[in-house]
Design a protein around this ligand. Structure first.
Ligand code: EPZ
Length: 425
């Protein structure tokens, strides 16, 4: 176990480059199971969740070759197993993508229910409802899902599916399962996140016929086989980029963030401008600067293109420095304010009531010992520590390592005083 030790009060200046999207990489690595040949994928973030997913593929018998720190070559041709046990999947929620990939490849799947960040209940009922619509028998028992196509040949059958909830995971999982189903599948009320589009583009590069990704209706025409991919590059991580944008604003600094797609950041960029933060955009970069006070604002998290739930903890830290009272409403997950207890121990003035938090500022934060409750809550504590007075120790940073590639090195490169040390607690 490790911890971060951060000396606050440094103004972040300079430039840094964003890694590939975690929430695209996890389903794309799973999708390689569908290919009858090798897939080479670049701009893969070197993070714990991706390593966990690659370990699962290796244990299933896939040949996984790391060509460099962010490029891998996966050949799943030899995989015959359609089962992922709890010891394999317990670490990450993204393991549910194995269900869609196994069903698309073998017509059957046995996958233990997923792990991942504790953000309230995180059901997968919409995933299972969609699989059933594609002609799959589902049995949920003993902490796992057992799924098998009714068709003795193992083929799934296209159908119309209407998602009751806008779900990133269900949208992507159903694309994985339906791309080799017989006939056409239409999924309505789909998630429109950039990583949904990235997965569809990857599948199409394997020979799938998926249209409409990025809108709320996706049409899939099943194909008999999917081939390998010579080279596919994963989109930049919009949440990692947003985290560093807020860190720059929170420390009164100026950072240019490179290798991003500004359009993917629009809801955050607009909110930061509303908060009087300076923004300059180029084709694949954004410059953030804050040389004055921060204005209070109201934020409600929504499915894309709304304000992302994965940026809720980070914007709340910045709002603790705003002049006045701000309101944050969590519109996507059941509960995602665990981190505010740690922020209050640093001096933030936050009141949480169910899915709403009221934040009053500006409040000077003071360094202390805190514990990361989950991935994005941990990232929020890093931002708080960067601007706090004195030193902060953040424990349980394994949560942060799940989703941020080299966060210590990237922050050091723009002037932060942050080190990773062994935690013997
Ligand atoms: C993905 O989680 C991301 N994880 C999450 O990122 C992200 O917060 C979330 O999408 C929303 O953008 C991965 O991609 C691995 P959902 P997922 O299905 O797929 C409800 C991070 O910080 N729901 O879009 O689990 C659900 O309870 C992580 O990188 C159902 O009711 O999210 C939630 O309230 C955290 N039934 C809402 O929908 C279902 O079958 C959105 O969930 C599925 C979801």
């Amino acid at each position: 176990m490790c911890k971060f030790v951060i000396s606050g009060g440094q103004t972040l200046r300079g430039e840094l480059t964003v890694s590939g999207s975690k929430n695209a990489a996890l389903p794309i690595v799973s999708a390689a199971l569908l290919a009858e040949g090798p897939c080479t994928i670049e701009n893969i973030p070197n993070i714990a969740d991706v390593q966990s997913m690659l370990d699962i593929l290796k244990k299933l018998g896939a040949n996984v070759e790391e060509l460099d720190r962010n490029t891998i070559r996966i050949d799943a041709t030899q995989v015959t197993s359609h089962e992922a046990t709890f010891d394999l999947v317990s670490k990450l929620r993204g393991s549910y993508y194995l269900m869609g990939a196994f069903l698309g490849r073998f017509g059957q799947a046995v996958v233990a229910l997923p792990g991942g960040c504790k953000l309230g209940t995180r059901p997968i009922d919409q995933h299972l409802k969609g699989f059933q619509a594609l002609g799959v028998d589902i049995v949920e028992a003993y902490g796992k899902v057992t799924a098998k196509a009714y068709d003795a040949s193992g083929i799934l059958h296209g159908n119309n599916i209407y998602l009751d909830v806008v779900s990133v995971g269900a949208t992507i999982n159903l694309m994985l399962a339906a791309c080799k189903a017989a006939g056409q599948t239409v999924i309505e009320n789909c998630a429109r996140e950039p990583h949904v589009v990235d997965v569809a583009n990857f599948l199409n590069s394997m020979g799938a016929k998926i249209r409409g990704a990025g809108t709320d209706i996706i049409k899939i025409t099943g194909v008999p086989k999917l081939h390998g991919v010579e080279m596919y590059s994963i989109i930049p991580d919009q949440i990692e980029a947003g985290t560093y944008m807020i860190a720059a604003a929170a420390t009164g600094g100026e950072i240019t963030i490179k290798n991003i797609i500004p359009r993917h950041q629009e809801s955050l960029t607009a909110k930061l401008q509303e908060m009087s933060i300076g923004i300059e955009e180029g084709e694949d970069w954004i410059r953030i600067y804050n040389n004055g006070s921060v204005s209070a604002a109201h934020v409600k998290t929504l499915p894309y293109p709304g304000f992302p739930t994965d940026m809720q903890p980070q914007i709340t830290v910045l709002l603790s420095q705003a002049d006045g009272t701000s309101k944050i409403v969590e519109g996507v997950t059941d509960f995602r304010f665990q981190y505010t207890e740690e922020l209050k121990r640093m001096g933030a003035d936050i009141t949480v009531n169910g899915k709403m938090a009221m934040v009053s500022g500006p409040k000077n934060l003071k360094g202390t010992i805190v514990r990361a409750p989950d991935l994005r809550g941990g990232a929020a504590l890093v931002i708080a520590a960067l601007m706090a007075e004195g030193d902060t120790v953040i424990q349980d940073v394994q949560f942060i390592d799940r989703g941020y590639d080299n966060i210590v090195g990237k922050l050091q490169s723009v002037g932060a005083k942050i080190v990773r040390v062994e935690d013997d607690n």
